[in-house]
Design a protein around this ligand. Structure first.
Ligand code: ZN
Length: 195
């Protein structure tokens, strides 16, 4: 699959970090691939590159739209819009991290295979069958579009540790009202079906 063109002039966008309520919003579908959306995608690709991420979702750059990018362009189009998870299978464990939660990595089991439907930046509908790293990135980025962070999916000691670290990190800011820290329900959080 060809990579979406990246304008050499595209400017990176500052990242949003844990505690920013933007990361908790359920994003709106993209209704039309306008010039604004193309520019956003180009800037997201540049931002992902500069920040050395393997994926980046709209809310992480302050746009609550259903769009994300990933850094595995040989496996699937690097900009995916209005993604829909059709099916999930199996289990795969991977040490996951997030550009919006720097310096934290936790082993997390998620389904190992994903069937996802989305639009490309050219407006074509694509069906993607992914496993291992791409499957992980697609699930992680798709979660961002529902206001869900990977730390929300941790359990037991890992969850307790991550919660303590993040509480200390956002102490004294509005971030202390984050649902992970207050125990409030996260609206977009659904347990992945696994077959
Ligand atoms: Zn992330």
């Amino acid at each position: 699959m060809s990579a979406a063109p990246v304008e050499a002039t595209a400017e990176p966008i500052p990242l949003r970090f844990f505690g920013d309520q933007m990361l908790r919003r359920v994003c709106e579908p993209v209704t039309d691939i306008t010039g604004d959306i193309i520019e956003l995608a180009e800037r997201m690709l540049v931002t992902m590159q500069v920040e050395e991420g393997v994926g980046l979702a709209g809310p992480q750059v302050g746009r609550t739209l259903r769009i994300f990018t990933h850094a595995l362009p040989d496996l699937a189009p690097p900009v995916l819009i209005n993604p829909e998870i059709v099916d999930l299978h199996g289990e795969w464990s991977y040490s996951e991290g997030c550009l919006s939660i720097p310096g934290m990595h936790y082993e997390l089991v998620r389904p190992g295979t994903v069937h996802l439907r989305a639009w490309t930046i050219e407006g074509e509908e694509v069906e993607i069958e992914a496993d291992e790293l791409l499957a992980r990135v697609l699930q992680h980025e798709n979660d961002h579009l529902d206001g869900v962070l990977f730390v929300d999916r941790l359990t037991g000691a890992a969850r307790a540790e991550a919660t303590d670290i993040l509480a200390a990190r956002v102490a004294g800011t509005l971030g202390t009202s984050d649902p992970l820290l207050t125990g409030r329900a996260i609206p977009g959080l659904r347990k992945p079906r696994s077959a």
